[in-house]
Design a protein around this ligand. Structure first.
Ligand SMILES: N[C@@H](CCC(=O)N[C@@H](CS)C(=O)NCC(=O)O)C(=O)O
Length: 242
């Protein structure tokens, strides 16, 4: 009791693309959360189709963390757990009010941005996935799309880019007045948004952001500089049209 278990006991199970890069926007949130708390971890890279066997049906999605004899899924549960388990380290949430407001941000961001992003990049995700995972990804996602193929779904994807960029307008207006979504320092809302940009950067074949999007460019550069251990080898400029 009261003895901090060593951080090496933390394992992060994550989804990876064929090139080994972490692909899930939800996993990226936890990579940032672990960095905020200064906790090193061991990564366990998985493909989509390994998830059922590795967790024996107990968890269907990643991130999953293992800490001592505890294993848990769901990124929100994991983030809150890290604050409970490591109370002497910098908090991910400064308190319940912040937690509640960030949940509102998450609800908007996932519903609006993830949906629009998927409608542009569904086929890119397929192509970036491990070859073993591609049939599963196609079959499960085409089922979501009620039988529309990934190719047909993304055929006119360029026409959806303005909608994606426009949906980011609230971020821009906030970031014109604040260095980070969380104000002077990044908070979990930043991690949520950054996670989505990492996801896109790992698979996009069509730049998501306009060349002149200086507000988002500045925020991405500041955030990447704030957490170099998370963003190592990552260049925000790939997200922008050249
Ligand atoms: N509510 C979950 C969502 C996690 C999630 O959707 N993970 C996706 C990857 S982005 C996943 O593991 N999908 C497995 C699959 O599609 O079979 C969380 O916050 O952790």
């Amino acid at each position: 009791l009261g003895v901090e278990t060593t951080a090496s006991q933390i394992r992060l199970y994550e989804l990876v693309f064929d090139d080994g890069r972490s692909s899930s926007p939800y996993v990226w949130r936890i990579r940032y959360a672990l960095a905020r708390k200064g906790l090193p971890f061991e990564s366990v890279p998985l493909g989509f189709t390994q998830i059922p066997a590795v967790f024996k049906g107990r968890f269907k999605t990643v991130p999953v963390i293992e800490h001592g004899d505890r294993m848990m899924a769901e990124s929100w549960d994991i983030a809150e757990y890290l604050d409970r388990a490591f109370p002497d380290r910098p908090p991910i949430f400064s308190g319940p009010a912040e937690n509640a407001m960030v949940r509102l941000f998450d609800a908007w961001f996932v519903r609006d941005l993830f949906k629009k992003t998927f409608s542009v990049y569904a086929l890119d995700i397929y192509n970036a996935a491990r070859p073993d995972d591609r049939p599963y990804f196609r079959e499960s996602r085409e089922r979501w799309l009620k039988g529309t193929t990934l190719e047909a779904f993304t055929a006119s994807r360029e026409s959806r880019l303005p909608g994606v960029r426009d949906a980011l307008a609230p971020l821009r207006s906030h970031l014109e007045r604040n260095a980070f979504l969380g104000g002077n320092t990044p908070n979990y809302a930043d991690f949520i948004a950054l996670g989505a940009f990492h996801w896109v950067a790992c698979m996009q074949t069509l730049p998501m952001l306009a060349k002149n999007d200086d507000v988002l460019r500045g925020w991405l550069d500041r955030s990447f500089a704030f957490y170099p251990e998370v963003t190592r080898g990552f260049n925000a400029s790939t997200l922008f049209e050249s």
